[in-house]
Design a protein around this ligand. Sequence first.
Ligand SMILES: NC(=O)c1ccc[n+]([C@@H]2O[C@H](COP(=O)([O-])OP(=O)(O)OC[C@H]3O[C@@H](n4cnc5c(N)ncnc54)[C@H](OP(=O)(O)O)[C@@H]3O)[C@@H](O)[C@H]2O)c1
Length: 409
Amino acid sequence: MRFAEHTIRRRRLLQWSAAAAVAPGLAAPACAAESSGASPVAEGQPFPRGVSLPSSPPPAPDADSVGIAIVGLGGYALAQIMPAFASARGCHIAALVSGNEEKAKRVAAAYGLEEDSIYNYENFDDIAADDRVDAVYIILPSGLHADWTEKAFAAGKHVLCEKPMALSAGECERMIAASTKAGRKLMIGYRCHFEPCNLRAMALMRDSAIGDLRLIRTAHQYRTGMATPAENWRLNRALAGGGPLEDYGLYGLQAALYLTGEMPSSVSAYTLQPENDARFREIFAHVSTQLQFPSGAVAQLATSYDSFGVNALTARGASGALVMEPATSYRGNTMLLQSYGSSETLTPGESSVQFAEQLSHFADAVREDVVIKTPGEMGLRDVRLIEAIYQSAATGRKLALNPDGTVAS
Ligand SMILES: NC(=O)c1ccc[n+]([C@@H]2O[C@H](COP(=O)([O-])OP(=O)(O)OC[C@H]3O[C@@H](n4cnc5c(N)ncnc54)[C@H](OP(=O)(O)O)[C@@H]3O)[C@@H](O)[C@H]2O)c1
């Protein structure tokens, strides 16, 4: 590294340390030197490119079906989640919440919803009196999750919230407290807990199919297009935190935990925020993390917004290996189980069922009090680890961790 670069990075590190010292709950990406600092606000966006709507509306729901309001009609909501209701059990789309009225009307027509089931960010509180709506699914930019989850609980609704749960552990704690106060369910949209390949991978690790686990390596990387933080919320610190780790790298972090079945005992990490690239004015381009587990297993997690794309994981044990690529994708995940002298392709099921299975599980939790597999506490745990990763990178130190994911003092 050239001296000038080192000096600038060191200065940023000190800025982060100073900010963290005055505000311990502050999410670590405060190291970004030129953050706009503006509070995140919910605002309508255009109809996402390349998304099509269903040609006919779904059939009428059963009387005991859970009515869910979709909050935020972006790419993930329209292309993955809303179509999955057609094969989900026990729930249906009951309302839409959007800042783009024209888009919401178009979507409502396609899904057979009356116009009086469309809300916006100004009149959202009126949803409290709408008996058609039992729950809301928050699919907004991540920096808006905490506020809108709290609003939904204040309206007496159950909440399914997209990942990452929020951008700081303090926000996650507020969301859990709001859930408890309202006596309503809170689930995080960790779809891989409902995806056949990842479920099989968890079972294989529980059964020691590759012997004692030694190493997990994950890569969640792609190259984001040229844009500024004002043009793309994923580049905006107030809406996206530190960037790729909260968004894409979180799949690797999650996999490390559900494959080892352990919490890490220490973390060391490295972040890169390149100079003179408008995309990375407020967020990191790369985050590289190493986690050490009490069993002796190690996880190496790479995530990036400025790299040729990859979605892969390898788990290597004393007697074999599990190779998945893609590992945590929407569809088409693959699994290769290797041991001395053998190599077997596993096909536990089509990955795309994960969306409907996740919705069905949420409906079961609301209707039948089934224990949630991906509760708010799991989201909080992961956000604590993300904060620890940034703290390690900012200080250049390996940090010991408590079993709840906080940094040991
Ligand atoms: N689990 C997964 O695999 C997965 C995949 C993708 C995304 N996600 C999560 O889903 C959430 C949304 O991601 P996305 O990819 O759907 O994003 P997106 O396509 O950009 O859509 C976000 C939507 O949120 C609403 N919104 C409100 N305020 C906004 C603001 N200030 N800036 C931008 N949008 C705003 C807009 O809907 P209206 O115009 O209707 O108001 C917008 O269309 C994120 O938390 C992300 O992490 C999860």
